[in-house]
Design a protein around this ligand. Structure first.
Ligand SMILES: N[C@@H](CCC(=O)N[C@@H](CS)C(=O)NCC(=O)O)C(=O)O
Length: 229
């Protein structure tokens, strides 16, 4: 049976979840095929079988795994013959930090910058849910957040400092070759790229150059998904 991933989808089939992008890259790294099934915010009933309320959800034969970190660990321990996502136990422990930093710092920092753009690019049926849930999460209206965008872009720029310092000295977050540490961060930038016409990175930023190289990985997998305009 074909492997399946429930994947967040907006209007015009835009696939914009940072977490689902991690899974997409991890599967490509492991050279595993999967069908990415479009899932919308208001389609909770479609996820019931998994016990998860969020995507990605991976269905691999009898196995149903949710949460991008759990999925990465599942792929690593199940498909040991494919290239390693973590580079051993030590690497897995270090990658957990990268993943946690991306989730705790990067995702909210980018979300504040692009939230208004997301509303415009999801289907009408999802908009009321998206607005209510995100306004509750951030304690501000989407319009207030859009107005404050320049402040958020500045805050993101500061948050990126450790990544920038790292990428000035090495080609990939994981070292000599890209691995899950890179994918966990790349997912966040790919989300911004496909959902917001504003580029959050300037061309002289080493993070920009790294993102360009990430877009080229796996025969340009990331680039095959158009940037928002
Ligand atoms: N910790 C989870 C977070 C997954 C998550 O929050 N996914 C979002 C899509 S980007 C979602 O499904 N949201 C559903 C909702 O907001 O109702 C992971 O790493 O997979």
């Amino acid at each position: 049976m074909t492997r399946q991933v429930y994947d967040l989808c907006g209007a015009n089939d835009v696939r914009f979840s940072p977490y689902c992008w991690r899974t997409r890259m991890a599967l490509a790294h492991k050279q595993l095929d999967a069908e990415f099934l479009a899932w919308h915010f208001t389609e909770q009933e479609k996820l019931k079988f998994s016990g998860s309320r969020t995507v990605p959800v991976l269905v691999d034969g009898d196995e149903v795994i949710s949460d991008s970190w759990r999925i990465a660990n599942y792929l690593e321990t199940t498909y040991t013959e494919g290239p390693s996502l973590f580079g051993g136990e030590r690497g897995a422990e270090l990658t957990r930090f990268t993943h946690a930093w991306a989730d705790a710092i990067l995702v909210p920092a980018v979300a504040r910058c692009v939230i208004g753009d997301i509303l415009e690019r999801i289907e009408l049926k999802d908009q009321a849910y998206f607005r209510a849930s995100r306004e509750e999460r951030f304690g501000l209206s989407l319009e207030q957040m859009t107005e404050r965008r320049p402040v958020y872009v500045q805050a993101l720029d500061t948050a990126l400092l450790p990544l920038r310092v790292c990428l000035r000295r090495q080609s990939w977050v994981a070292g000599e070759a890209p691995a899950y540490a890179d994918y966990s961060i790349f997912g966040v930038f790919q989300w911004a790229r496909v959902i917001s016409p504003e580029d959050l990175l300037t061309t002289e930023d080493p993070v920009f150059e790294w993102r360009e190289k990430m877009l080229d990985q796996f025969d340009g997998l990331g680039r095959r998904f158009a940037a928002a305009s």
